[in-house]
Design a protein around this ligand. Sequence first.
Ligand SMILES: Cc1cc2nc3c(=O)[nH]c(=O)nc-3n(C[C@H](O)[C@H](O)[C@H](O)COP(=O)(O)OP(=O)(O)OC[C@H]3O[C@@H](n4cnc5c(N)ncnc54)[C@H](O)[C@@H]3O)c2cc1C
Length: 246
Amino acid sequence: MAERFSDVRLGRAVQRIQPESGEIEFVDGERLVFDRVVGAVPGPILDRLIDGVDRAAEDGREPEIGEVREWSVRKSRTRMARAVKVVLEFDRPWWREKNWTGRMICDLPCQQTWEIGRGNLHALGCYVCGDEAKWLVRREDSVDVALRALSEIHPEASRYFMGGIVQDWIHDEYSWGAFPYYPPGSAPRSLQFKVIDPDMAAGVVSERKSWVGPWGRLHVAGDWACSWMGFIEGALESAERVAGEI
Ligand SMILES: Cc1cc2nc3c(=O)[nH]c(=O)nc-3n(C[C@H](O)[C@H](O)[C@H](O)COP(=O)(O)OP(=O)(O)OC[C@H]3O[C@@H](n4cnc5c(N)ncnc54)[C@H](O)[C@@H]3O)c2cc1C
């Protein structure tokens, strides 16, 4: 298989896709034409690669950070959710010592916490979504804000804190957010949403195949073009579909 794909080019960002002709334009300006193109990027990014005109361009101005990704709902009909993670590292797993798993949902700016350390790395992850995620990552003291919030409930957090980092998917130009969702009114009518885990607000959509078929030479894959939307399982499901199409 590796021999058949001997001309693999990694680390090449794409800036334009022409679905009908199969032409790809890379960010360095090189253009190549392919028999088949698989677009396996987040839905709103694919929308932008196919149709680069955005509202800011129409208005004749530079887009503000985050603007395009929130506005862009085109052929994919999806957006990427605003979510960030703040990782807080501690010199000991103090939560286990007080018989707490580290799992919490609260209305403070740390929102949801989990234990995410491995081996000797003792860490809690704060998963922050929505407006609060945007507010948090704009601040220079995001880690301190999350730590202070956690410490309001568990004062040990400040005592054993070593350091922290922020993972910002919202402003990552290759993700434009953390996970796909349908904004109100944009889901195709044929879709049915089935809740599989009410506690996690997780669900699947069905009948996804009907509108994600090939467009010219472009085949569409990813965790938004499938029934298990927002999960690795969905990305794999779409890969199997695209392999069948090709
Ligand atoms: C915090 C978090 C927790 C999660 N937890 C789980 C979990 O527990 N279980 C689960 O099943 N799923 C989980 N997911 C979801 C899972 O990560 C995704 O469903 C999965 O990674 C989607 O795979 P994908 O191949 O469709 O897209 P991605 O993994 O997003 O891959 C898309 C690729 O396209 C690249 N790309 C983007 N733009 C361009 C461009 N212009 N040119 C070239 N390349 C480009 C990106 O760099 C990226 O490598 C989680 C997601 C998040 C954010």
